[in-house]
Design a protein around this ligand. Structure first.
Ligand SMILES: Nc1ncnc2c1ncn2[C@@H]1O[C@H](COP(=O)(O)OP(=O)(O)OP(=O)(O)O)[C@@H](O)[C@H]1O
Length: 430
């Protein structure tokens, strides 16, 4: 293993991730572990140089104060405590450490080296994956999104053709998206890729369904069904890889934090399909996942793309999905993305897309009355997706996009710009 590690033990602080990130910012790898980790478990973690007992406002759990096991102090590592007056170590800080205090502990006391970088992380993960998997096969659901793409690239590097990727085209992908998964993974990286075109099947299931929640449920359940069918066709698979990332774990609730939301990746597979999990991005934050993707040689567009909802364009084709309107969403979205890239807005705006509602309005085209759909543009900025503000797009760019959509997208005769911030409008319309 190439990187030194500082272990943070979670004793109810709400700043565990902030602390982990600050230590990583010093160039030293850091992981958060539960307060009741045993000495043996701690000793099994690679290259531990020091331990931080991170106390805080949630230390009182189920009527009593939680604490680390006394044996932790005998594990042979330097220990520092934050906001934990009863800790049995020399250095006890009453409040969150300053940068100087942190540096002093990490470098002077623990003698950790600043050797945390993506090159070393990838090298360590490749080694871990090889020893976990041996000569067995691993299955991965590859959406083409950032997380599963980086997992795929990592596993291809570690075990090559022992990885089987399954990409499901549910017909709700953006223009060119499934094609780019095939191009990058099958053609360029020579991966073992199973491409399933299930568009017809999804569209059939979604016919006449106009309730947004019902649409999302059908898409999710159908995805699991298709993936399960493919998994059953394959033989001798022992592992399932997932793009679980650190915020998924932290948000799912540690032993002291209240559950923010439960997160399942490719959850929902039947229990008789028993796989052991491979999760090589488990300890990475989103920006680190992107940096890891770059290190693994993935195209910039794939790694820095904007977030895309699981149900895809299905929630932007409002109401009951029709092929006609789905095409209008896909084509207008492609134009919007192209024009944003040309003007550099793609580097600035967090998320931008188009929506096509299920009603028509009157217009005039080629001197004749027409009755067609509107396209709604949305471009928002946010830090945490809890609130969002509207991007003030240059008028000339809006006009150019409008002009192109009206000329190039069939069945559309009107373009609108959504000026609603969140709250009260959510980012997506459904
Ligand atoms: N069309 C698809 N084909 C194959 N796998 C998929 C597809 N859609 C989703 N998945 C799998 O389900 C996981 C969760 O999907 P979700 O839409 O929540 O994206 P995510 O957590 O942002 O991950 P990603 O960035 O990889 O899309 C993905 O990481 C991927 O493994």
């Amino acid at each position: 293993m190439k990187q030194d590690m500082i272990v943070i033990l979670d004793l109810g602080s709400s700043e565990n991730t902030t602390l982990a990130r600050e230590i990583r910012a010093l160039g030293v790898y850091s992981e958060i572990h539960p307060h009741d980790i045993t000495k043996e478990e701690l000793n099994q973690l690679p290259n531990v140089k020091g331990v931080i007992l991170n106390g805080g406002e949630h230390r009182h759990v189920d009527g009593k104060d939680i604490d680390v096991l006394p044996e932790i102090y005998e594990a042979g590592y330097p220990v520092i405590a934050i906001d934990h007056a009863l800790a049995c170590c020399e250095v006890k800080l009453s409040a969150y450490p300053t940068e100087e205090q942190l540096k002093d502990f990490v470098f002077a006391t623990c003698k950790a080296e600043a050797n945390w970088n993506m090159k070393n992380f990838v090298a360590d993960q490749v080694e871990r994956i090889r020893s976990q998997v041996g000569d067995k096969k691993v299955l991965l659901a590859l959406s083409g999104g950032v997380d599963s793409s980086v997992v795929a690239a990592m596993l291809i590097k570690a075990i090559g053709k022992q990885l089987v990727c399954v990409h499901v085209n549910h017909g709700l992908m953006r223009k060119g998206e499934s094609e780019s998964v095939v191009e990058v993974f099958k053609n360029q990286m020579d991966a073992n890729l199973v491409y399933v075109d299930a568009s017809e099947r999804f569209l059939k299931k979604l016919e006449n369904v106009d309730d947004p929640e019902a649409k999302r449920k059908i898409i999710g359940a159908e995805f699991i069904r298709v993936f399960e069918e493919e998994a059953r066709k394959l033989e001798g698979i022992d592992f399932l890889a997932q793009g679980t990332i650190y915020p998924d774990i932290v948000e799912s609730g540690t032993k002291t934090a209240k559950v923010v939301k439960s997160h399942h990746n490719v959850g929902g597979l039947p229990e008789d399909l028993e796989f052991e999990l491979v999760e090589p991005l488990y300890y990475l934050f989103k920006d680190e996942v992107r940096a890891c993707g770059v290190e693994l040689g993935l195209p910039h567009d794939m790694v820095y793309r904007q977030p895309f909802p699981g149900p895809g364009l299905g929630v932007r084709c409002l109401g009951a999905i029709t092929r006609e309107r789905l095409e209008a969403v896909r084509e207008s979205d492609a134009i919007l993305r192209e024009e944003f890239a040309k003007s550099g807005l793609d580097q600035k705006v967090w998320q931008y897309f188009t929506i096509v509602p299920d009603f028509k309005s009157v217009g005039v085209k080629n001197n004749a009355r027409c009755f067609e759909y509107p396209v709604i543009l949305r471009a928002v900025n946010t830090i945490d997706a809890m609130t969002a503000s509207i991007e003030q797009i240059d008028w000339a760019i809006l006009e150019k996009i409008t002009d192109r959509i009206l000329k190039e997208v069939p069945n559309v005769n009107r373009v609108c710009y959504d000026l609603t911030p969140k709250p009260c409008g959510t980012i997506e319309w459904e």
